[in-house]
Design a binder for this molecule. Structure first.
Ligand code: C5P
Length: 231
């Protein structure tokens, strides 16, 4: 992790909205308070590659579609993502080693695109101990297959770094602070704890999208990240 990155460079906003107009409005409102925009299922299914092209003029793009299919199909989807010019894409580690290897092989043709794997969803209700064991097992699988990192909860990030190396990227959703509602998320943590636990990128959706002042909420998250005590 390059520590010269600013905290906002490490913030990914989940653009979980319906229309291109809403997505572009949030993009313009947040401007440089966040470095990344995460396009997930709702927005991509509705708006597709045309919107990606508009968003990538100002921000780095994480295409969060969590591919999980047979190896050949996933490899083809990774190639399509690479052709869009996105900066990060993901698959589900539950797809197994052959699928992860096929994905890594397809991603190798796009050296500027990072390929990461979802370990255990932060919304999963399994006990924390079980989530940690499964996340570690899946992170190791992703590392062995040649992926760049994983999506995990803050609670697993430090152990994953210890097992897979400090350069193995950890992207953590489930970020909440103050008395924010956890909604459907189970394994949550605040921005300061996320940075202290070794998270490279923090994914934040509703705490920013549903805030009275989304830009202030993003700046508040970055300020909390900056208070982290590291090393
Ligand atoms: O609104 P909230 O901050 O909970 O949004 C979290 C975002 O991160 C959502 O877009 C969700 O799809 C995504 N995500 C997640 N857990 C994962 C992988 C992705 O919450 N393991």
């Amino acid at each position: 992790m390059n520590m010269k990155k600013t905290m906002s460079d490490r913030l990914m906003v989940a653009l979980d909205v319906q229309s291109a107009e809403e997505a572009l409005h949030i993009r313009d409102t947040l401007a440089d308070s966040v470095g990344w925009l995460k396009v997930g299922l709702r927005l991509f299914v509705g708006q597709g590659p045309a919107l990606i092209a508009q968003l990538q003029t100002s921000h780095r793009i994480f295409l969060d579609l969590k591919f999980h299919d047979i190896p050949n199909t996933v490899a083809q989807a990774i190639e399509s993502a690479g052709n869009l010019g996105v900066d990060m894409v993901n698959v589900h580690a539950g797809g197994g080693l052959p699928m992860l290897e096929a994905a890594a092989q397809a991603a190798a043709a796009f050296p500027s695109m990072q390929l990461i794997a979802v370990t255990v969803l932060t919304s999963d209700t399994m006990p924390q101990e079980q989530a940690l064991a499964l996340a570690l097992q899946r992170a190791k699988l992703a590392k062995d297959a040649g992926l760049h990192g994983v999506v995990c909860s803050v609670h697993e990030a430090a152990s994953i770094k210890a097992l897979c190396g400090q350069d193995f990227i950890t992207v953590t959703p489930g970020i909440r602070w103050g008395n924010q509602n956890s909604q459907d998320q189970q394994r949550i943590a605040d921005p300061k704890t996320a940075v202290e636990s070794g998270s490279d990128y923090l994914v934040i959706g509703r705490p920013i999208l549903q805030a009275d002042n989304p830009k202030a909420a993003a700046q508040e998250a970055a300020a909390m990240m900056a208070t982290a005590k590291i090393g």
